[in-house]
Design a protein around this ligand. Structure first.
Ligand SMILES: Nc1ncnc2c1ncn2[C@@H]1O[C@H](COP(=O)(O)OP(=O)(O)OP(=O)(O)O)[C@@H](O)[C@H]1O
Ligand SMILES: Nc1nc2c(c(=O)[nH]1)N=C(CO)CN2
Length: 176
């Protein structure tokens, strides 16, 4: 069983529910062993949109990297994520961040995830779960790499807010 870390993100509709739903669906084929805090984060490198909720999960799996990607993409599709969603609000986005110490670079799959170390919305929740994990092919731990991240990305814990003060950006419904 390999240890894996997946990044989950949602910035439309009932965001927190989508994160939970994704975990339930992922549990059909991977064993989730830990979950980070949920963070509310401003969209990075995409058109101005609703804030994201982001989190990281740790899991164990016997799926190979390509089979894991096929499975995470199936979950995204089943949850209703549209095909061409670049720069569009995301119902659910599932990124394979780390797969043990494996390094892979194919046209459809790069591991570690290519933008992992640049993104506070990934690094902060990841370090919560795996501060001492050595970044594949380096001598740096994830917490070392977090310290190198330039400041300025807006991110705050979401789980600590009382439930009735959390926004529910349900833009699928008409609020009159
Ligand atoms: N580690 C990875 N995890 C998930 N997808 C990956 C990974 N490496 C490469 N990909 C490829 O990236 C493609 C685009 O994925 P996606 O639409 O989620 O990108 P994005 O969310 O717009 O951008 P980003 O990859 O920067 O988060 C996928 O079809 C997949 O083949
Ligand atoms: N805050 C935040 N910004 C993003 C995110 C995300 O999950 N959170 N995902 C992106 C494309 O995958 C692009 N920008």
């Amino acid at each position: 069983m390999e240890i894996i870390y997946l990044g989950l993100g949602s910035n439309t509709g009932t965001r927190e529910q989508y994160l939970k739903d994704a975990q339930t669906r992922l549990s059909e084929k991977i064993v989730i062993t830990s979950c980070s805090t949920i963070y509310e984060t401003e969209p990075l490198n995409c058109l101005p949109q609703t804030n994201f909720l982001n989190m990281v999960i740790e899991a164990r799996t016997e799926l190979s990297p390509p089979d894991l990607l096929a499975f995470t993409q199936k979950v995204e599709k089943e949850m209703g994520r549209s095909q061409n969603s670049h720069n569009q609000p995301r119902l659910i986005d599932i990124d394979i961040l780390l797969y043990g110490q494996k390094r892979l670079n194919t046209p459809t799959l790069t591991i570690p995830h290519p933008h992992l170390t640049e993104r506070a919305f990934v690094m902060l929740p990841l370090v919560e779960l795996a501060a001492d994990f050595i970044y594949p092919g380096s001598r740096s731990s994830l917490s070392d790499l977090l310290e190198e991240l330039p400041p300025g990305q807006s991110i705050r814990p979401f789980s600590y807010l009382p439930e009735d003060s959390r926004d529910d950006y349900d833009d699928d419904e008409e609020n009159e």
